[in-house]
Ligand binder design. Structure first.
Ligand SMILES: Cc1cc2nc3c(=O)[nH]c(=O)nc-3n(C[C@H](O)[C@H](O)[C@H](O)COP(=O)(O)OP(=O)(O)OC[C@H]3O[C@@H](n4cnc5c(N)ncnc54)[C@H](O)[C@@H]3O)c2cc1C
Length: 648
């Protein structure tokens, strides 16, 4: 028996899988394929499982760079915890748990449908993986390969380091190797080398990458063909090859506190154990107004903009629906993509933007697959200028995602003595108060905010501005509606995210990291680089060439929620107000009409006033007729995003 092991982390899919591809090539000597997923005790509270390691504390007062230096990736030490550092928030919510568990169990099912299986474990990966290797070797077997997806972020790299270090110490004769399957443009395809030459400004990055040439053989590369799907099932298929069998395993004994294997537990049973610590100790703002069940995967809110499952199949169906698919000389679907740029700033419903992020974050969909489909639609219908502009913009946004990944990689490499990705010391400025701006210079120091002046949250005080922001109680309806949507569904639109982040950091002048941590807890699509990178950008400490970018929530509400539909859904207390006061209730003289909602906003800026009701300059972004509804209706304004240009 000669086994190829793939350690799944944030790549929960079988399509476009480099490990499946590699292990099924004719020259590959493996006879068996063993995929494994491990619930890591540093990211989830595993206290309801037996034989689990002690839950690590958040170390909230320690300086991050010291922590890294102290740890030096020693296998027995840990530097992260299922609680966040500043706010002591859980690092997942029941909704994110739902998507994660669905992604894992549907992946296991896909392997089973293909004649294989997937091992699911919990605990300490650096203990479990070496034990698994030894177990296979003791059965007179060999390990042909041990692979995982390459990651660029602190905890993920620390995890890989700990595993590699134990494997080396125990002389197991194998090395953990990495696939580049995370980004749309792979590192080796980048038109600049070394990676430290990644431009400091997005536009320059985009132009260089676009210089590769937009086309199916140029910037857009074909994903690896490792699966096929029909009748709602997805199976491994690589050319004529079927999936290699899963090796027979006896019991693998782990020592005390190292974790265990999940063999007979159902998806619901695993959910019950993982959700209990969250429900026993709800965060500020609670979880959701509709109660979260403790024994079955939660149902989504009826107004959820992401009415999907976390599975790979559900991701691919969304790609089929949004971008479409080529079937026998015909392009099927793609209507939504053809209106993407015009509608992407919407607030309500599933149609307004792709929602691919909920699957990209767990790797249940490959960015290359998305790019390839976009390329197919452009090739088919891109001669129409309007179609081109709309469809191409999906790639423009996917490149933002890559850009944050590569900026993290660049800033990490700048801090490391070894200059290779393999040896990466992940000491990026991603989590530092003064962010990337401490390492890369997009604007002068005197224009940046001063972290020493930021308000530090006291979340025990219910009047603390950061706490009111978290709970959707600032008294500014457009901000509160977005925050409540986040809490109740695990989702917030990009427009909403920019507004609430600007409000917390530029209006309330709070430390941006509290916002980033709160988002990390709630966002179903949480991605380390995109979340912390975007927060820095909004806070003026990232790689935005304009550090002073500040959103006006009243103008934004007039522009994007002109009929108040969005605010009325999430703040029902306001629905009986005359419509012109719904975005500014404090201007209405009868407070009995909105009992339960703050009578006064936490802050009022003079710049808001010209956008108040009945002001001569109050204007709707989309012209007098207000043709554009926030809800996707298949048609958008002609000049929707003019002012947006290169901004996120
Ligand atoms: C404060 C803040 C925090 C954010 N946190 C996250 C996060 O944790 N995870 C996350 O995926 N995105 C994050 N974003 C970026 C963006 O809001 C989401 O990617 C987007 O809203 C997801 O919806 P969608 O898939 O429908 O996007 P679409 O508009 O359909 O875009 C297509 C894809 O492009 C990528 N993309 C789009 N905008 C951005 C962006 N600004 N930065 C990076 N990638 C982008 C995403 O992968 C997205 O799925 C954050 C933005 C802000 C302002």
């Amino acid at each position: 028996m000669n086994t190829f092991i793939h350690y799944h982390t944030l790549d929960l899919r079988i399509h476009d899988s480099p490990s499946l591809h590699k292990s099924h090539q004719p020259n590959n000597k493996s006879t068996h394929f063993l995929p494994i997923y491990i619930f890591d005790s540093r990211q989830l509270d595993l206290s309801e499982f037996s034989n689990t390691p002690k839950t690590p504390a958040p170390n909230s007062t320690e300086n991050i760079s010291n922590q890294i230096d102290d740890v030096k990736f020693e296998p027995n030490q840990t530097r992260c915890s299922p609680k966040s550092r500043l706010g002591n928030f859980h690092r997942t919510s029941p909704f994110r748990l739902k998507f994660l568990i669905e992604a894992i169990y549907s992946l296991k099912e896909s392997y089973k449908q293909s004649g294989g299986n997937m091992l699911i474990a919990y605990g300490l990966p650096e203990k479990i993986i070496p034990k698994l290797i030894k177990h296979l070797q003791n059965k007179d077997g060999k390990i042909e390969g041990l692979f995982a997806q390459r990651e660029y972020t602190l905890e993920e790299i620390s995890n890989y380091r700990r595993i590699s270090s134990i494997i080396e110490k125990q002389n197991l004769g194998i090395k953990l190797e990495f696939n580049d399957s995370k980004t749309f443009i792979e590192p080796k395809e980048l038109p600049f080398n070394p990676i430290e030459d990644t431009p400091d400004i997005y536009t320059e990055f985009r132009k260089k990458v676009e210089g590769l040439g937009i086309g199916l053989d140029e910037m857009i590369k074909q994903p690896l063909k490792t699966s096929e799907f029909d009748n709602d099932k997805i199976r491994v298929k690589i050319g004529n090859e079927q999936l290699k069998p899963f090796p027979e395993l006896n019991e693998i004994n782990l020592n005390e506190g190292e974790g265990g294997f999940l063999t007979s537990e159902s998806m619901d049973e695993v959910y019950q154990k993982l959700v209990k610590p969250l429900l026993d100790n709800p965060p500020i703002g609670g979880w959701s107004s509709t109660s979260i069940p403790k024994d079955t995967i939660p149902k989504l809110h009826p107004e959820s903009a992401i009415p999907f499952e976390g599975s790979e199949m559900s991701a691919l169906k969304r790609v089929d629906d949004y971008i479409g698919i080529s079937r026998e000389d015909r392009w099927e679907g793609g209507h939504k993509a053809k209106h993407y740029k015009e509608t992407r700033n919407g607030l309500l419903g599933e149609g307004f933007s792709t929602k691919f992020s909920v699957w990209l974050s767990l790797g249940s969909v490959s960015p290359k697959e998305i790019g390839w489909r976009v390329g197919g639609l452009l090739e088919k219908e891109g001669r129409d200028k309007e179609v081109w502009k709309n469809v191409y913009w999906i790639l423009f946004e996917l490149l933002w995602r890559d850009y944050f990944q590569y900026t993290v990689l660049k800033t990490s490499l700048a801090n490391t003595s070894s200059k290779t990705k393999e040896e990466l010391h992940p000491n990026s400025s991603l989590f530092n108060p003064d962010g990337f701006s401490s390492q890369i210079s997009t604007y002068p120091k005197d224009l940046r905010p001063n972290p020493a002046e930021w308000h530090q949250a006291n979340l025990n005080n219910k009047d603390d501005p950061a706490r009111r922001w978290c709970e959707g109680r600032t008294g500014v309806p457009f901000i509160d509606a977005n925050m409540r949507e986040l809490i109740q569904t695990g989702w917030m639109s990009n427009r909403g995210r920019q507004n609430v982040a600007s409000f917390l950091t530029k209006d309330l002048y709070c430390d941006w990291r509290i916002g980033a941590e709160f988002f990390e807890m709630h966002l179903v699509d949480y991605d380390t680089c995109s979340n912390w990178g975007n927060w820095q950008y909004q806070a003026g400490v990232g790689n935005d060439p304009r550090s002073s970018r500040q959103f006006n929530p009243i103008k934004q509400a007039n522009d994007y929620d002109e009929n108040n539909e969005f605010v009325k859904i999430w703040i029902p207390e306001l629905k009986d107000l005359p419509k012109e006061y719904i975005q500014t209730p404090w201007l209405f003289n009868d407070q009995s009409k909105f009992q339960g909602y703050p009578f006064k906003p936490i802050i009022e800026l003079s710049s808001w006033k010209k956008h108040y009701p009945n002001q001569p300059s109050t204007r709707n972004r989309y012209g007098k007729n207000g043709k554009n509804k926030a809800k996707f209706n298949g048609k958008g304004p002609k000049n929707g995003n003019k002012k947006q240009n290169e901004s996120i």
